[in-house]
Design a protein around this ligand. Structure first.
Ligand SMILES: NC(=O)c1ccc[n+]([C@@H]2O[C@H](COP(=O)([O-])OP(=O)(O)OC[C@H]3O[C@@H](n4cnc5c(N)ncnc54)[C@H](O)[C@@H]3O)[C@@H](O)[C@H]2O)c1
Length: 213
């Protein structure tokens, strides 16, 4: 069962993912290479929790509980060494993610499942530098922005991961009230982003749009 989580990258998506898990009582380590970001992100998370309380999504008493569930790190090994599930939400640069997953493979426990929040990169290419054993424990979990409000998470099931491990991840997301979309093919953009791209493409190509109608 997944209990301890780490989120790698405390930017737009990472801080929001950490905040979402913290509301549901999960113990979350939030890591970023940028120490200024790590020093300031708690204030941003607090503001968002206060907004959720004002809008009656959570009780005011839950704000401090959620905040106490998140711990802040600038040392990657310390952030991930005892975690069950590690979500990468770092910049969308393939080489950066490959090298990050190589380090995570080295620093994490054998059972730890690694996840990427990538919007467009292939799982297969992101796994280039990790061990064969870890390949069975690596998934794309694609959140939508803002993560703590949007109800959908796309989960990859591309053949690298046994079903029992996939079901652990699905169970984790169901426990925080996310609707899981199981994606079976390793294509950039998974499902929802591809639909959006097709829509934008058609809207900017009126002749093609008329043909489709
Ligand atoms: N923004 C969105 O709407 C959105 C939606 C879904 C998925 N995504 C995906 O989520 C991921 C993160 O996107 P974002 O919008 O949160 O980016 P962001 O730029 O807001 O945040 C990235 C964070 O990662 C940190 N970082 C840089 N190098 C790092 C490293 N080596 N290790 C750890 N942290 C590092 C940065 O300091 C920054 O705080 C990307 O893969 C992106 O494609 C973004």
């Amino acid at each position: 069962m997944i209990k301890k989580i780490a989120v790698i990258g405390a930017g737009t998506m990472g801080h929001s993912i950490a905040l979402n898990f913290s509301i549901y009582g999960y113990d979350v380590n939030l890591y970023d290479t940028n120490s200024t970001r790590i020093a300031n992100v708690e204030e941003e998370i607090k503001d968002e929790l206060e907004f959720l309380a004002e809008e009656e999504f959570i009780e005011p008493s839950e704000i401090m509980k959620a905040l106490s569930n998140i711990h802040y790190f600038t040392d990657l090994q310390e952030a991930v060494m005892d975690r069950d599930y590690v979500i990468e939400a770092a910049p969308e640069i393939l080489k950066l993610k490959q090298e990050l997953f190589q380090k995570l493979d080295e620093f994490c426990l054998d059972h730890t499942i690694l996840a990427s929040n990538t919007s467009s990169l292939n799982l297969e290419s992101m796994m280039a530098l990790i061990s064969n054993d870890r390949r069975k424990k690596m998934i794309v979990n694609h959140w939508y922005n803002p993560g703590h409000i949007m109800p959908i998470v796309e989960l990859s099931f591309f053949g690298n991961m046994p079903e029992d491990i996939y079901l652990k991840v699905e169970h984790l997301y169901k426990s925080i009230n996310k609707q899981c979309v199981k994606v079976l093919k390793d294509v950039p953009g998974l499902v929802a982003n591809r639909i959006q791209q097709e829509r934008y493409f058609l809207l900017s190509n009126k002749e093609l749009l008329l043909q489709k109608i």
